[in-house]
Write a protein that binds this ligand. Structure first.
Ligand SMILES: NC(=O)c1ccc[n+]([C@@H]2O[C@H](COP(=O)([O-])OP(=O)(O)OC[C@H]3O[C@@H](n4cnc5c(N)ncnc54)[C@H](OP(=O)(O)O)[C@@H]3O)[C@@H](O)[C@H]2O)c1
Length: 288
């Protein structure tokens, strides 16, 4: 297949690109580094010339915080919606959207709402679609995973409140495996939450990250949510990930029922192991 892959040089996208190439598919990469900026791709006509000869489309462009011209509405909603409608027009049936866990009816953040708007657009089209909603993803080179690794290595580990927010982090291997399965599965038109098989508190997750870095368990610094939000308001000028909204999303947790993913993959997601924190997506069946 010839697969148009947006976000092809991002954390998720580059891992998908490797798996696609290894499976014998041809990747047509899209990103600003490949000369295509989503800010200028908001009409179907912008996409149609790029869709010639394409058999399937995967959208993995996204940002975790706004900065400069990088805004949620054009990147998460307008450009992907235009891409999906262009697929419909060009007769490309298979379209996969990398959304995010929490982009559902409970969404409150601009991040989740902008993702959900594109998901809704895709779900409204007569295509063989998949909306994939990963939890926090860990693995080599993920931006949020790297930030948490750095936080975990601090002498005093800051956590929000009691640090008992529930997470089900998932390894990049399971995300890529779900994407690859979605590309060929005959059971289309599915919204799938991609979560790991273990639920862990945020504080404990950071301790696991310490252990993976060869550090002993650390002491926690409990920061009340309002104070953490005030720090984030200052910090966002240095790192777009430090947004008060992101802390509120973290506060609500990242977890879901793993059963549907297990059925879809025909196996459970990978158990957490220290080496996986530093690993790219591994080919199916090679993890043991
Ligand atoms: N990582 C996670 O834990 C996680 C969890 C759940 C959901 N997600 C979602 O998955 C998606 C990808 O995440 P990621 O971790 O792979 O992010 P990433 O590593 O930051 O990659 C983002 C990708 O989007 C491209 N991009 C950014 N702005 C663009 C623009 N204006 N026009 C065209 N391309 C643009 C980037 O390439 P250029 O910079 O070269 O343009 C890059 O390829 C995001 O929507 C994210 O919200 C991620």
């Amino acid at each position: 297949m010839k697969v148009l892959l947006t976000g092809a040089n991002g954390f998720i996208g580059r891992n998908i690109a490797v798996a696609l190439t290894n499976a014998g598919h041809h990747v047509k990469p899209v990103s600003r580094s490949h000369g295509i900026d989503f800010c200028h791709m908001q009409a179907e006509a912008d996409w149609l010339p790029h869709l010639e000869g394409v058999d399937a489309v995967i959208n993995s462009v996204g940002i975790i915080g706004e900065s400069g011209s990088q805004r949620f509405e054009p990147l998460h909603t307008l450009a992907p919606a235009a891409l999906f409608r262009a697929c419909s027009q060009a007769g490309i049936r298979r379209a996969l959207q990398i959304s995010a866990l929490g982009a559902d009816e409970t969404a409150f953040s601009t991040y989740h709402l902008s993702k959900r708007a594109a998901d809704d657009c895709l779900r409204s089209l007569e295509l063989d679609w998949f909306v994939l909603r990963p939890s926090l993803i860990y693995g080599r080179g993920g931006k949020s995973a790297d930030l948490f690794m750095r936080v975990a290595a601090l002498p005093l580990i800051p956590v929000i409140g009691d640090g008992r927010q529930e997470l089900q982090p998932v390894h990049i291997s399971d995300v890529v495996a779900t994407v690859m399965q979605s590309l060929t599965s005959s059971e289309t038109r599915q919204t799938l939450d991609i979560v790991g098989n273990e639920t862990v508190t945020f504080a404990e997750w950071l301790q696991w990250m310490r252990r993976a870095q060869g550090l002993p368990r650390g002491r926690l610094l409990h920061v009340p949510l309002p104070l953490a939000m005030a720090f984030a308001r200052l910090g966002r000028h240095f790192n777009p990930m430090l947004q008060p909204e992101n802390l509120r999303m973290l506060q609500t947790g990242y977890w879901a029922d793993v059963q549907r993913l297990e059925q879809f993959l025909g196996r459970m997601p990978l158990p957490v192991e220290p080496r996986l924190f530093f690993s790219d997506a591994m080919p199916e069946g090679s993890s043991s």
